[in-house]
Design a protein around this ligand. Structure first.
Ligand code: SF4
Length: 353
């Protein structure tokens, strides 16, 4: 078991639920846009948010952002340790330092001392794309050993300052390399692990690569907090993270949607209905399992195991709650709206139960 590190009231490690993080894509100096994006991320279930701090203008925006949001705020720092000091003064809950581009032990020690006084955590975040030359292999490429050594070097500097509120990440674009790097660092230290596949891609390929890599790690018990990196709306990162965690029974939140792939037996446009329902219920935070099935073949079994279910037939479908029919022979055009109504009603009833 890893140690536990507190990040603005959210525990990371030591058996705490795996927390879901994301990172804003706005200019951090644009306070209004950043706060608005954080609000959307929080509504989607994001529990810790990171913002880029590339310059002093971004650092100066941090106090206002911190004040306007309610989830812990992490400052992402590269190259200039003075930005880390400014972020600490601004009241952030955690720093991410890149051991590849802030390498001077004296500077790191100064940041550690300030972070310790402020009572905040530091993530040592090594990345295959930004390792210091010292840690690249003979061909100038990143390796598992190089990533681990780079992270350990910075961890040891922090430890020499008596600083132990450390979280570690070793992200690579290569899924196998990422898996091996986390396995290797977990043999060396017991600090909590922030896991992710870096630069994974747009939502489609990024979600798949992340699911493969993170799925292996989580199944092995590695990983205490997660950020799924996707190019696109960061809300998708949060959704993808929960879907990965839900697949392994590690977290449950919102709609747990199961849809049959459809086949020649399907008599309704099930994929469109599923898409409509999914969009309409995107705001649901309560865990609820919904099974949308094209016909009775697997439908009757699936709806028995779901909170709400649909079994389609030609041009219509029947809706079930806990395996019991609540609306029979609903015409296809009304199915999506009716399913949404039944799901919301089921959630409301649970709340009043
Ligand atoms: S549940 Fe029915 S419609 Fe869906 S894939 Fe299976 S046989 Fe086809």
């Amino acid at each position: 078991m890893t140690r536990r590190v507190n990040v603005g009231g959210v525990p990371i490690g030591g058996g705490a639920p795996i927390s879901v993080q994301s990172m804003t894509t706005t200019q951090t100096s644009d306070i209004a846009a950043t706060v608005a994006q954080v609000a959307r991320l929080e509504a989607a279930g994001c529990e810790i948010v990171r913002v880029a701090v590339p310059d002093m203008a971004a650092a100066e925006a941090l106090p206002a952002i911190r004040k306007a949001i309610s989830i812990p705020l992490v400052a992402d720092i590269h190259f200039d340790y003075r930005l880390a000091l400014a972020a600490i003064r601004a009241g952030v809950d955690k720093l991410r330092l890149n051991p590849g581009n802030i390498t001077d032990p004296a500077c790191i020690a100064e940041v550690a001392e300030a972070a310790a006084s402020a009572g905040i955590a530091i993530r040592v975040g090594a990345n295959s794309g930004s390792l210091a030359p010292l840690y690249l292999d003979a061909h100038g490429r990143a390796s598992v050993a190089g990533m681990v050594e780079s992270a350990l070097h910075e961890i040891r500097i922090l430890e020499r300052q008596g600083f132990e509120a450390i979280v570690v990440s070793l992200k690579a674009t290569d899924v196998r390399m990422t898996i091996d790097a986390y396995r290797a660092i977990a043999r060396e230290v017991d600090y909590p692990l922030h896991v992710g596949i870096t630069e994974a891609g747009t939502v489609w390929e990024g979600a798949i690569r992340s699911a493969v890599g993170l799925g292996v790690l989580f199944a092995e018990g590695l990983g205490d907090t997660v950020r799924v990196s996707l190019a696109g709306d960061p809300v998708e990162e949060v959704r993808a993270a929960y879907e990965i965690l839900r697949s392994l029974g590690l977290r449950s939140r919102g709609l747990d949607l199961h849809v049959c792939p459809t086949c020649g037996r399907t008599g309704i446009d099930l994929a469109s209905i599923a898409g409509e329902v999914r969009t309409a219920l995107a705001d649901v935070a309560e865990p609820i399992k919904l099974a949308l099935m094209g016909c009775v073949v697997n439908g009757l079994g699936e709806v028995r195991d779901a909170d709400v279910g649909l079994v389609g037939s030609k041009g219509q479908g029947s809706i079930y709650v806990a395996g019991e029919v609540v609306a029979a022979a609903v015409p296809e055009v009304e199915l999506a709206a009716e399913i949404v109504r039944v799901v919301r009603g089921t959630i409301a009833e649970r709340k009043h139960a």
